[in-house]
Design a binder for this molecule. Structure first.
Ligand code: 4AD
Length: 436
């Protein structure tokens, strides 16, 4: 029997157009092996779809959970269900797997999947569902930007900038013999392009030396960052963010309904998908504080919103709907944010909060006025010489521009209803955690 050749055929393609009676030769791995008196049943998985292909053959001890194999058989319809199944009449085992194989019938704990069994996680239906969802969501995001004619830009992972100024950078200075660190955001580099191409985005890895152990922070994560010139106001910025989130999530609902069903069951989501895409509300920071003061004593103008506050707004006050909070106090935000025209204590910015996770997007108008920006740099005790190139963008053809950063894993966490962001990535890195 010759190799099947994944180039020519795979299980997904066969199931899209099942030709009953036809003979197929397929490569894959055996899962859910069940031996009965007259038949042995198993799922053959080649990674092209979520559940694999149902197969049956004569009872044998050779086919075991996890073995890799080549099978030849005829496609038939299940006698009662009518679903496609392969009647295997010839097979060869390519790689054995014995009874010590850890992925057996019992449900593995999240802890095992995150630590000792992380290298087997993609072989589980949960791991496969996360992988497929991840694949489609990435594509949906690129497609959403394409609908608005954005150009993708590659921004560097090694930089001398600390965009957010929060001191969370991983330093590389001693290795590179210069001021260098891993990027915390591609925003500043992206602004170079926005100021001559109008609509640009970047989608790449970012790094933060987070000390906190929370269920929504990683040390290595991906950020989707959009940057647009000629914006009217923060309302227009929120329109862009809402478009990108809605388009990509709706697209993935259509393409990954099986994966989302599996993940929502596993993560014990309280409701289906329909609640995800409710109206996006918009309230100012000042309004948010008023709402929160009815519930929390210790909050006042100038306080940052904690995760508990964010979840109160989305889950309780807005009944499980996403909400934008805009125009925060200047004192809470980085140097680059644009001061609100009629209130110098505020900056034109917004965070998008979603049920169950909290903040998934942070964005702002950028201070495009040279003298204001220079004043901000001095106020924050930064060195203007290191930012002369950034100031230059305000000297020549400056525009009122702005942009946002969408935490990709937090978006995944939201739509998959995962309790912990670490479950949405295969190799989560955080303080004290880097198993392989
Ligand atoms: O709000 P942040 O810090 O914004 C920026 O970095 C801007 N420079 C982005 C921009 O305007 N281009 O981060 C943006 C988003 C957050 O809303 C959150 O979703 C995610 O990045 N994020 C993290 N996700 C996982 N782990 C962490 N440690 C994260 N820190 C931020």
């Amino acid at each position: 029997m010759n190799n099947a050749g994944l180039f020519k055929n795979n299980i997904k393609k066969i199931l899209q157009k099942p030709l009953f009676g036809s003979e197929y030769i397929l490569n894959g791995w055996a899962k859910q092996v069940r031996k009965q008196k007259t038949n042995l049943f198993f799922q053959l998985s080649d990674g092209s779809n979520l559940h694999g292909l149902s197969c049956l053959t004569k009872p044998t001890n050779q086919i075991t959970n996890g073995c890799s194999m080549l099978v030849k058989g005829n496609l038939q319809s299940h006698p009662t269900l009518g679903t496609p199944e392969l009647l295997v009449n010839e097979f060869s085992i390519l790689g054995n797997s014995d009874e010590t194989y850890p992925i057996q019938k019992r449900r593995m704990t999240i802890d095992e999947l995150r630590n000792s069994l992380v290298h087997f996680k993609p072989r589980t239906s949960i791991g496969l569902a996360y992988t497929k969802l991840n694949h489609h969501l990435t594509k949906s995001i690129h497609d959403a930007f394409a609908k608005l004619d954005f150009t993708q830009i590659y921004t560097p992972l090694i930089t001398s900038m600390d965009c957010e100024g929060a001191g969370e950078t991983f330093s590389l200075g001693s290795q590179l013999n210069c001021n260098a660190n891993l990027t915390v955001s591609g925003q500043l580099h992206l602004e170079i392009f926005a100021n001559c191409m109008a609509k640009v985005y970047t989608f790449g890895s970012t790094f933060r030396a987070e000390k906190s152990h929370t269920n929504r922070h990683l040390a290595e994560f991906r950020m989707v960052e959009g940057e647009m010139a000629f914006l009217d106001d923060v309302g227009e910025l929120m329109d862009y963010i809402e478009f990108i989130v809605r388009e990509s999530v709706n697209d993935v609902f259509g393409k990954c309904s099986d994966e989302l069903k599996v993940l929502h069951e596993f993560n014990r989501a309280e409701s289906g998908l329909d609640h995800l895409m409710k109206n996006f509300h918009r309230i100012s920071y000042k309004e948010a504080i008023k709402i929160l003061q009815k519930e929390y004593r210790d909050i006042e103008f100038g306080s940052d919103l904690s995760r508990e506050h964010e979840l109160y707004l989305t889950n309780v006050h807005f009944n499980h709907s996403p909400v934008f909070v805009y125009n925060y106090p200047k004192s809470l935000k980085p140097f680059y944010m644009r001061q609100v025209d009629d209130d110098s204590s505020l900056v034109s910015c917004c965070d998008l909060l979603v049920p169950h996770v909290g903040e998934i997007v942070g964005g702002s108008l950028r201070e495009e006025r040279y003298s204001n920006l220079l004043a901000n740099i001095h106020e924050k005790g930064m060195d203007p010489k290191k930012l002369d190139w950034y100031l230059d963008l305000r000297k020549y053809g400056t525009t009122r521009h702005g942009g946002f950063g969408l935490g990709y894993e937090r978006l995944l966490q939201w739509i998959s209803a995962s309790q912990n962001i670490k479950d949405c990535v295969f190799f989560p890195r955080s303080n004290g955690h880097c198993p392989i």
